[in-house]
Each structure stands twice: as structure tokens, then as C-alpha cells.
Write a protein that binds this ligand. Sequence first.
Ligand code: NI
Length: 169
Amino acid sequence: MILKIVKYPEPVLQQPGEPVTEFNDELRQFVADLFETMYASKGIGLAAQQVGVAKRVTVVDLSLGQDPAQKIALINPEVIHREGKQYEEEGCLSFPEIRERISRAAKVRVRAQDQDGKWFEMDGEELLSRAFQHEIDHLDGILFIFRMSALKRNLNLRKIRKLQSEGKW
Ligand code: NI
């Protein structure tokens, strides 16, 4: 089922997610819905908060649904190692039309549970590393505008207010 993606400044986007404790059919359906919603919007990552649910669940797929091997569901994820720096353009489905370069670690190692509750670790570089960091930020209630310089953030907030006033946000 395709869920509704909420946009900034919906308060749930800044709410830290509750850890998942039950690994049941309801969770698996929610993960399937997150993938379906993300593909429908041509995103490479989507966090639970973006569909109005403050839980530590996120999905990533750099292949936009073209390669099943690249489907990654992260439950209760944490970044356990960061290395290097990258500074590349980033977008977010909760901020349509906003793109900005954000400083991130070049490589990360993530520890998470799968849909059955089994713990695993996974390394990400470049775009995958950035997607992991962006999505795990969402689970902590941290939005990418708060990773921008104050100047860039204010410019983008002004752009959002303008779009809102034109009924385009
Ligand atoms: Ni996002």
C-alpha cells in the first residue's frame, strides 16, 4: 500500500523514533509499504517518520526497485563506524525541490536488525553511506536542513515559505 509522505514542517519528522521490539507480520507489512511508497516517489531512501510513524524503521534501495539485491531494510539501526568525508548534493522526499550539498562521512558501518529481528552489520560507501546517514538521521528526528550552514538553511526555509504561500508545498 502506498502511504502518504509528510512534508516539513510536520512535527513527526522531528520526533525521534521508538525502537522496534516486535518483529511480526505487521512490521513486515509496514516495511513492504515503505518500499512501495519510496518506489512510487522515485526515492532511494525512506524513513518511518516520513509516513507519520515515529519508529526506528527505514528502507534504502539505490537501484530504485530495479535490483532486488539492493533492497535494504534497517530496523533499529545505528552508525557504529564513520570514516572520511564527502560533500555532495542531497535531497529528501519530505522537502520536494530542495537540494543542497551536505557534509557526511565517506564510509560508514551500520548495525541493524532485519525484519526477523536478526542483527547484522553492513558497510556503505559514497551514495550508500550518505543514504544510511540521511535515513538514520530521520530516525533520530534530525532533518537535512539542520545539517546545512545557517545561511543555506535560512535560504531554503525562505524558499519553502514562498512555495507554501503559493500553495505549491
Ligand atoms: Ni529524507
